[in-house]
Design a protein around this ligand. Structure first.
Ligand SMILES: [Zn+2]
Length: 257
């Protein structure tokens, strides 16, 4: 088994994405619960990473097959439709073809099976940056988001980097891997903000790919709504803040190797 190359020290006080781009291979993985989670929660960040030459893979633990109020739609039809929307959104952002685990919407469990599937993806694609839901935020939160976020955290540490976890992966020559950093979206304790203004239009287009969820809205209409909302938030912000107006906010986690 080949051991990983030594990792240069990531300065915890410097800008995370700049540090990573300079010091580790530019590979990222987004693990979310439903098609459209990525686009809403971190579509700007993904678009930005792709534009800066990162390889970004999207993994979706369910296919969102409950996300409708239409009584005439079956779960199978909806899953197929939503997977197709996710593929289109990934293409718009410049990400790789998404992977779907296919668990039923609303029934995610942080169990051996889910963690094993995440570990396998980490060992195959070896991302240095992982984006997922904050699985530890208290209060109103979709259970699939919470449990996907927890499973990803547990898969990264300790499982993916210890060869005795999920040892069958060795039969495919997959070796242990631990990413350098994680960004948790949907957090109430954000300490890292990504300025998404340069890619706002791409994010809007990727969100709009999910027509089963948001209907036929126009790009101009959505851009206008978002700009108004961002300006309203800016007015509420402390005047001293240096946070970008159009931003995606995360809780940052650095892993030691
Ligand atoms: Zn969701």
């Amino acid at each position: 088994m080949t051991s990983a190359p030594p990792r240069e020290n990531i300065d915890p006080d410097a800008d995370l994405l700049t540090e990573l781009a300079a010091k580790v291979p530019k590979r990222a993985m987004v693990v979310m619960a439903h098609p459209d989670d990525t686009e809403f929660a971190c579509g700007g960040t993904v678009s930005k990473l792709c534009a800066e030459g990162w390889e970004v893979r999207i993994v979706v633990t369910t296919s969102g097959n409950k996300g409708t109020k239409d009584p005439g739609v079956t779960s199978q039809d909806l899953a197929g439709e939503r997977e197709e929307e996710q593929r289109r959104a990934a293409e718009i952002m410049g990400a790789c073809e998404p992977v779907f685990f296919g668990f039923p919407d609303g029934y995610i469990r942080n169990d051996d099976e889910l963690r094993g599937l995440v570990v396998r993806q980490l060992r195959i694609h070896r991302p240095e940056l992982v984006l997922t839901w904050d699985g530890f935020r208290p209060g109103f939160n979709h259970r699939d988001h919470r449990l996907t976020g927890q499973a990803v955290y547990d898969a990264i540490y300790p499982a993916a980097d210890d060869h005795l976890y999920y040892p069958l992966d060795k039969e495919e020559d997959l070796t242990p891997h631990r990413p350098t950093a994680m960004l948790r979206a949907g957090t109430d304790a954000a300490d890292y903000h990504v300025d998404i203004e340069p890619v706002l239009r791409t994010k809007v287009r990727a969100v709009l790919a999910h027509t089963s969820q948001i209907g036929e809205r126009s790009e101009a209409d959505m851009l206008r709504t978002w700009r108004e909302r961002a300006r309203a938030m800016q007015r509420e912000d402390d005047e001293e803040t240096a946070d970008p107006v159009f931003r995606e906010s995360f809780r940052k986690v650095l892993f030691r190797r």
